[in-house]
Design a protein around this ligand. Structure first.
Ligand code: NAP
Ligand code: ZN
Length: 376
């Protein structure tokens, strides 16, 4: 009996990991919804898979059941449905998945996380359990919360998830004073554009807009452009800078100015805007993941306000000798990932403060299986 339970636990973790891998395919398309993946398994063989592909579209469970081929449909009553998030029990943009599960009646339902959305919050799982289907919760719970850290943060903290990102030279500079200084290599730029595609908004300060004149778009990766946000308290950015002059939307937080085209919006929040006011504004705009791309003054304010969740640093071996100093890393951080891309060292830190969505133990590496059951 004990070894049977152990076997189940191991399998449950493997298939839950597969749910996470599927869920991630929705990154950048599902916000403000969570990324969710679902897998249907019969006798250690995946007979169905699905994920939530885009906001407003079918949930993972629906796509998973729909993917089961005719020959395998007879096995559904003996199968286990794995789902990274609790199936919904409310009518949202789509009908409740809990009702679909009661109709399809798999033998077991295994989930990672309870949905923190007050409209669900355990009700989905309760409904399924009360109908006599075995339910298991909490499989790779911490990893699921990490995957959907943006979603959990916006619901639990009522503010966007904040990622601070900068590139620095080996000797600790963001750039030469007063001049645009490319730092990371072209391969790393592909990654940073991917990071952009995965957030809802991207923010820079006035000096960066003036000096670097970035476009802040997703060009070296596929995906949508996040909303560009410019912090321009005194209105000092020249009107010919891309964020102000081009035909893409920009949200300007700062001083009123004339001659903005119709895709630009301005919120006059005073010359010195608090970080909390920025986050409140973005929350109202339903922008739940924010990437802050500098410069130094802007990063410093996020760090001192402690209103940040993750720091991503790119370090290139070049030496600049002088310039704008990169921010000091705060003390309350934990390295979660470190890897190189050609010449660049990428380090990802999270805050080691104790919000509910963070894990303390390192997740164990898991083998993933393809739909044919062979290891990937
Ligand atoms: N390597 C990298 O990853 C990276 C990334 C970005 C930038 N950089 C470099 O960093 C340098 C720019 O950094 P920086 O520290 O000088 O400037 P910055 O942080 O880009 O911009 C500071 C300016 O933004 C406005 N601002 C900032 N906080 C504000 C607030 N709370 N409310 C209203 N307005 C606010 C203010 O403009 P006003 O004074 O007009 O109100 C302030 O002077 C450039 O050299 C750039 O090349 C490097
Ligand atoms: Zn659902």
């Amino acid at each position: 009996m004990a070894s049977e339970t152990f076997k189940n636990e191991k399998e449950d973790r493997i298939y839950m990991q597969r749910c996470f891998d599927l869920a991630r395919l929705g990154a950048g398309s599902v916000s403000p919804n969570p990324m969710v993946g679902a897998v249907l398994v019969y006798q250690n063989r995946i007979i169905g898979e699905g994920w939530h592909k885009a906001y407003g579209e079918a949930h993972a469970e629906v796509n998973c059941f729909n993917s089961v081929n005719t020959a395998d449909q007879q096995f559904i009553p003996e199968a286990t449905l794995y789902c990274s998030l609790e199936p919904c029990s409310h009518v949202g943009k789509t009908p409740p998945c809990a009702d679909l599960i009661l109709k399809m009646r798999p033998k077991r339902v295994v989930i990672a996380n309870i949905d923190p959305n007050p409209q669900v919050a355990g009700k989905g799982l309760a409904k399924i359990g009360q109908a006599g289907i075995e339910v298991i919760q909490g499989v790779l719970d911490d990893e699921g919360k990490w995957l959907n850290r943006t979603f959990f943060t916006s619901l639990e903290k009522k503010r966007p998830y904040v990622i601070l990102k900068w590139a620095k030279s080996k000797d600790g500079y963001l750039g030469k004073a007063g001049q645009r200084t490319p730092i990371s290599n072209p391969l790393t730029n592909r990654l940073t554009h991917r990071w952009r595609s995965e957030v809802d908004a991207i923010l820079i300060g006035a000096n960066t807009a003036q000096i670097d004149d970035p476009e802040l778009s997703v060009r070296h990766f596929t995906g949508k452009n996040p909303l560009r946000v410019l912090l321009d308290g005194k209105g000092s950015v020249s009107s010919n800078r891309k964020l102000l002059a081009d035909n893409e939307p920009t949200l300007i937080l700062g001083a009123p100015r004339s001659s903005l085209n119709e895709v630009k919006r301005l919120k006059h929040l005073g010359p010195k805007i608090s970080i909390q006011a920025i986050l409140d504004t973005l929350m109202k705009e339903k922008r739940h993941a924010l990437l802050v791309e500098g410069g130094a003054q802007v990063h410093a304010q996020f760090l001192s306000s402690r209103l940040w969740d993750e720091i991503r640093i790119i370090e290139n071996p070049k030496l600049l000798g002088s310039g704008v100093l990169a921010p000091q890393l705060p003390e309350n951080i934990k390295l979660v990932e470190e890897f190189t891309i050609s010449s660049d060292l990428i380090s990802v830190y999270k805050t080691s403060r104790k919000p509910p969505y963070l894990f303390d133990t390192e997740p164990e590496p898991l083998t993933c299986f393809s739909t044919t059951g062979s290891p990937l």
